[in-house]
Structure formats: structure tokens, C-alpha cells
Design a protein around this ligand. Structure first.
Ligand code: FO1
Length: 311
């Protein structure tokens, strides 16, 4: 069975471990959001690609959900001691090597697709990881700066990490300076897939950017697409998707997110049992337990999604 998943960071990565547990023989391709990517200290940092790679490759810090296990923060502390204005970013010492190696390869002319394949040779995630695009595109959030009272755009990571998404976002925009073309293999993987899954990732900053890539929505229109709600009982399971949903005027509910994706995109929508009764016009909704407490419950969710797809 060929499965394609469009994924962001923590929630998406955790769900994908469940997919691997549920259907170990499936050929899994993950198209990963790169809108969170940023350049800090001259290093290209790809949070969602790294989170998926570490989670499936066994290097993730399970409690944090991002970055490496057995991590240390010496470089980060030294940067803070120098008064670096970006010392707020969680730069782990082990994780730093990933950013260094990625940047080294890119300086040698490698595309992000090639870099990702090279890093995965070490991590062996058991799935093919593709960036959504090799073209740089970054999610920026427009806020009113509390210090100056001026409206300004800041990178998503600064809003998310430094400000904990506490500054009301007036807009969330994927900024790119070129046509946002799909990375090699993305459209082909979608075309060849038996089913496409939208894991419980942030619908605005994780799944949203992938849907903006040229040709992706079109490729999905002829596929069976099953989504899983990241919102349970009116609240995000983790993270701050509610702050993102509010920014684009969407209510934080399983029903609103399902309707946001809509029947043009979705064939099926899994909601948690507390949200049973949710309706999304033109979409087959099913209520199953959606808390990813461990890999067994997550595998059951994956199984439910595949059953809903009829595969
Ligand atoms: N999330 C945080 O809440 N604080 C951090 O300091 C932080 C650093 C970080 C470094 C590398 C990386 O791959 C992810 C990191 N994340 C951090 C998570 C990241 O900001 C978000 O998970 C994604 O960008 C949103 O999906």
C-alpha cells in the first residue's frame, strides 16, 4: 500500500509513527512543511523536517516533541552570554550539528531535497521524507509590537517560541520570493498514492503551506484524502493551533477545521469521540479516540483513517 502524508511537526510526526506501526509494510512518503524554516546564525534550520526525521529515526526528545534526546544547551547558553538577540531559539548542541551539516551541504549546492535524503541516510526513518518545496518560503506573522506599538511582521518561530504565540496575530502569511514549486517527487508520490493522510498537524502553519505549493491541491483532488482533527473538544491537543486558527478567523473546533479543509479536499474526517455528531458537508465524518497517548493508540487512529479510506 502506498501512503502519502502531508505533515508538520510534533503532532504529525507522532501520528506517522502510528502509521508505521499499523501498516509496517506500507510505502510511506511524507511531504513535510518547510514554512517553519528559518536562517539563524547563517544556518538553515528546518524544524518540521527535523522533527519528523528524529521522531521516525529514533532521535527525538519524546517529552519536548522536538529536538534531540540527551540534549545539552551549551551553545545556546554561550550565545545568551554574548547577548545574542536570537538566543531565545532552542538551539541544542546535538541539533546544532544537523543545522551545520544541512548548511554545509547546501553551500555545496545541494537542494533541500538532496540534503534531507542525505541526513535521512543516518536516521533511517523508514519513510521517504520530501520537503514540500526546494524553494524557500517562510511563515511570517503580523503583530502589533508591544514595545513600539508598531505593526510588524516577524518570523513564525519568533512568534511561536519567543512570544509563545501570545501576541494576537493579525495575519499569517507564507512569504516566498519565487513560484512555490513542488520538490521533485511530491506530485508523483501523491499521484501514485492509494491514500493521502492529513495528520493532526496545525492546519494553518503546517498543512496550510503545503496546500499552497503549486499543483498540490490539484493532485489531491483526484485522491482519497482522510484528515484527522488536531482539535479535540474545542482545544488543540498540544501546541497553540488555536492562536493560529483565530488569526485566520476560524473557530477552534473539530467541525470548523473540517469545514475549513472542506469537501474539495477531504473525503473523510476523523474527530475524537467527544466531538461525535460533528458534520462537514460532503465529507464522511467518523468519531474515534484521537488522543495519541502511545504508539498503540496512535496505530489504532491510523487504522481508523485507512478504514475510512476503504484501503
Ligand atoms: N519549540 C519551542 O517551543 N521552543 C524552542 O526553543 C524550539 C526550538 C526548536 C529547535 C529546533 C526544532 O527543530 C524545533 C524547535 N521547536 C521549538 C519546535 C518548533 O518551533 C515547532 O515545533 C515547529 O516549528 C512548529 O511545528
Amino acid at each position: 500500500m502506498r501512503i502519502v502524508a502531508l505533515a508538520g511537526g510534533i503532532g504529525g510526526a507522532r501520528f506517522l509513527r502510528g502509521v508505521q506501526h499499523a501498516v509496517p509494510d506500507a510505502e510511506l512518503t511524507v511531504v513535510v512543511n518547510t514554512g517553519d524554516d528559518t536562517t539563524l546564525y547563517g544556518l538553515r534550520i528546518c524544524p518540521d523536517l527535523d522533527t519528523v526525521m528524529y521522531t521516525l529515526g529514533g532521535g527525538i526528545d519524546a517529552e519536548r516533541g522536538w529536538g534531540r534526546q540527551d540534549e545539552s544547551w551549551k551553545a545556546k547558553d554561550e550565545l545568551a552570554a554574548y547577548g545574542s538577540p536570537t538566543a531565545w531559539f532552542g538551539l541544542g548542541d546535538r541539533d546544532l550539528a544537523t543545522h551545520l551539516r544541512r548548511t554545509q551541504l547546501m553551500l555545496g549546492g545541494a537542494t533541500l531535497t538532496e540534503v534531507t535524503a542525505s541526513l535521512c541516510e543516518r536516521w533511517q526513518p523508514g519513510a521517504r521524507l520530501l520537503p514540500m518545496s526546494d524553494t524557500q518560503a517562510e511563515t511570517h506573522v503580523t503583530v502589533t509590537d508591544p514595545e513600539t506599538g508598531q505593526r510588524r511582521a516577524m518570523h513564525f518561530q519568533e512568534w511561536w517560541i519567543r512570544h509563545r504565540a501570545s501576541l494576537p496575530a493579525e495575519s499569517i502569511t507564507l512569504v516566498t520570493h519565487n513560484e512555490l514549486l513542488p520538490a521533485p517527487g511530491v506530485l508523483e508520490a501523491i499521484h501514485d498514492a492509494d491514500v493521502v493522510l492529513l495528520p493532526p498537524s496545525n492546519p494553518v502553519v503546517s498543512i496550510g503551506p503545503i496546500l499552497q505549493v503549486e499543483g498540490v491541491r490539484d493532485a489531491l483532488s483526484s485522491k482519497t484524502v482522510i484528515g484527522l482533527s488536531p482539535i479535540i473538544g474545542g482545544a488543540p491537543v498540544r501546541g497553540m493551533a488555536d492562536a493560529c486558527l483565530t488569526a485566520i478567523g476560524i473557530e477552534t473546533s473539530a467541525e470548523a477545521v473540517g469545514r475549513h479543509y472542506g469537501s474539495d479536499l477531504l473525503d473523510g474526517w476523523l474527530v475524537d469521540v467527544v466531538d461525535a455528531g460533528v458534520s462537514v458537508p460532503g465529507v464522511d465524518v467518523r468519531a474515534v479516540p484521537l488522543y495519541m497517548t502511545d504508539v498503540v493508540t496512535t496505530a489504532a487512529m491510523a487504522r481508523s483513517a485507512l478504514d475510512l479510506a476503504g484501503v
